[in-house]
Design a binder for this molecule. Structure first.
Ligand code: GSY
Length: 171
């Protein structure tokens, strides 16, 4: 029997049309036989974290049900990113789309050369925690709920950009 697990992704981008790019990525995931997108957060406009002299980002989180193991799921996400970046490779620096595997049901901690779960630094990033709290408030990360982590995070400058359920479907 094939076992299905929930997994949670963070998506973001800050050049081109990031909301359209996140929608395209989510549809590509959902179109697969081994992944079903089960919940999607609103989209937030978020100040850049890390390198601050770049445009603000759009961020969202998604919950999946998948038959893929964590590393296989990461490979699928990276391939979707690669395909989308290839389509518009004239721009450098800021990103069209990033897809991060944040957490995977039943796995408290996982570390391999290509993937660490839960995603490192996610507990410091409001642009991950706020949308994740919309869809998985009770998910435990390092012993504490996402809702609790989100309440501790600095969400200065974050605004909701889209909260209609269909933002990720074709316009
Ligand atoms: O994968 C993280 C990409 N990223 C982001 C992001 O997605 N949102 C915000 N607000 N800042 C960021 N800095 C980086 S790198």
């Amino acid at each position: 029997m094939i076992c299905s697990r929930k997994a949670w992704l963070g998506l973001g981008g800050n050049i081109g049309d990031p909301i359209a790019a996140m929608g395209q990525a989510l549809r590509a995931l959902d179109n697969r036989d081994d992944i079903s997108v089960s919940a999607i957060s609103p989209v937030y406009n978020t100040p850049p974290w890390g390198k601050v002299d770049q445009p603000s980002f759009y961020n969202a989180c998604a919950e999946l049900v998948t038959e893929l193991e964590p590393e296989a799921l990461l490979t699928v996400c990276l391939n979707i990113e690669l395909e989308m970046k290839r389509e518009r490779r004239e721009r450098w620096g800021p990103r069209i789309i990033d897809i991060d595997v944040l957490a995977y049901e039943g796995i408290d901690r996982f570390e391999s050369p290509s993937l660490i779960l839960p995603h490192p630094r996610m507990t410091e990033r409001a642009f991950v925690l706020v949308p994740l709290a919309d869809i998985a408030p009770n998910l435990k990360i390092e012993g504490m709920s996402v809702l609790h982590w989100a309440a501790l995070a600095d969400n200065t400058g974050m605004t909701k950009a889209r909260d209609d359920a269909g933002w990720w479907s074709v316009q």
